[in-house]
Ligand binder design. Structure first.
Ligand SMILES: C[S@@+](CC[C@H](N)C(=O)[O-])C[C@H]1O[C@@H](n2cnc3c(N)ncnc32)[C@H](O)[C@@H]1O
Length: 331
């Protein structure tokens, strides 16, 4: 095995990233911003790129940088103090991502975070996956998920806001017997919490890790909850049969962006007309979800959610599969 220093720079991945940036960036005309001052940063090719995010509000991109919390861990919940400024220019080359931005005051950052929740077109996107210094996407190997007892506490603690937001969204909204499917259910805590809160639904968790499914089956017993070992690439239900599809694994470090794109397209085919997909995750979502959803004919009902009583925001997409128009009755 060559050492990192000797291994060649991954030009294919570099070019794929350049194409992604060209698709996702909406840079404003300078006069739209009314520049009073500007600053620059360069983030070298490497893992730090995955901390940069773009908050798009009213078509204007604001650059931010996620930093670890007091516990040293990165969190999916972002705060206004992470915003650097309004993005003016960006250039991607083999040295990294070079950005010019107009700095924002604290009150402007807070105002943007508040405004962010007012439209489904406002969104947070992480333009880079987890990359190493050779521009290779970094993926946790499948065996990483084979120690559920060690992971459970941390994973479950990091997901409380996802559980609360999902229950608040779904309560009182589902038809009796509605199928909720979590195709990468991990410890099972998320889908089990939904099963308990929504007793008239049928909740199905699957995961390709047998250790995770053993753990989930041992920990969660509810009449409306089942688990099975399955790779999400092999769907466990017919197309068009799922009321709520939970996608919380199309994320950095879980898989490559190309894999996430393919799985998104395949799995959203499971949703029945009128049903929905929810897309989020502890690590950053790899796709420009809004763009991909529209391509597949899904409506974006929301892109972000907030933690009540705070200004914290996180990626949380609610995508609706439209019902076909009723056939016209001949007169
Ligand atoms: C739910 S995801 C991420 C959980 C983490 N708390 C987060 O949000 O970043 C982790 C789970 O996805 C599972 N997984 C990854 N790829 C999968 C696939 N293709 N099919 C089924 N499960 C998969 C892993 O085995 C693991 O248990």
């Amino acid at each position: 095995m060559p050492s990192l220093a000797e291994s060649p720079f991954q030009h294919e991945s570099f070019e794929a990233q350049a194409r992604h940036l060209a698709c996702v960036l909406a840079l404003p005309a300078m006069e739209q911003v009314g520049i009073t001052s500007s600053a620059r940063i360069t983030e070298p090719v490497g893992p730090g790129l995955n901390n940069l995010f773009l908050l798009r509000v009213d078509g204007i991109e604001h650059l931010g940088c996620r930093v670890p919390g007091a516990n040293g861990e990165l969190d999916s919940r972002l705060t206004p103090d992470m915003l650097l400024g309004t993005l003016l220019e960006a250039r991607w080359d083999e040295q990294g991502w070079h950005c010019q931005y107009q700095p924002l005051t604290d009150s402007q950052c807070s105002a943007l975070f508040q405004q962010a929740l007012t439209s489904s077109s406002h969104r947070i996107h992480f333009p880079f996956p987890e990359l190493d210094s050779q521009c290779r996407e970094q993926i946790a190997p499948p065996c990483f998920w084979d120690a559920p007892q060690d992971l459970a506490k941390r994973l479950d603690r990091q997901e409380q806001h996802f559980r609360d937001t999902t229950i608040a969204l779904l309560s009182g909204r589902l038809r009796p017997g509605a199928i909720i499917h979590d195709p990468a259910c991990s410890t099972g805590t998320f889908i089990a919490t939904l099963a308990r809160a929504l007793p008239n639904s049928q909740c199905m968790g699957a995961d390709r890790s047998a250790a995770m499914i053993d753990h989930a089956t041992a920990c969660h017993h509810l009449p409306n909850l089942s688990f099975e070992i399955a790779d999400a690439q092999v769907p466990v239900m017919p197309k068009g049969s799922c009321d709520v599809l939970i996608l919380r694994f199309l994320n950095a470090e879980m898989m490559t962006r190309a894999c996430a794109l393919a799985l998104f397209e395949q799995l959203t085919g499971l949703i029945r007309p009128g049903g929905m997909a929810l897309v989020f995750g502890q690590s950053s979502v790899l796709l420009d979800v809004g763009q991909q959803a529209r391509r597949l004919g899904l409506q974006v009902a929301s892109s972000l959610a907030g933690v009540p009583g705070s200004l914290q925001l996180f990626q949380f997409y609610q995508l609706i599969c439209p019902k076909p128009l009723p056939e016209q009755i001949p007169s």
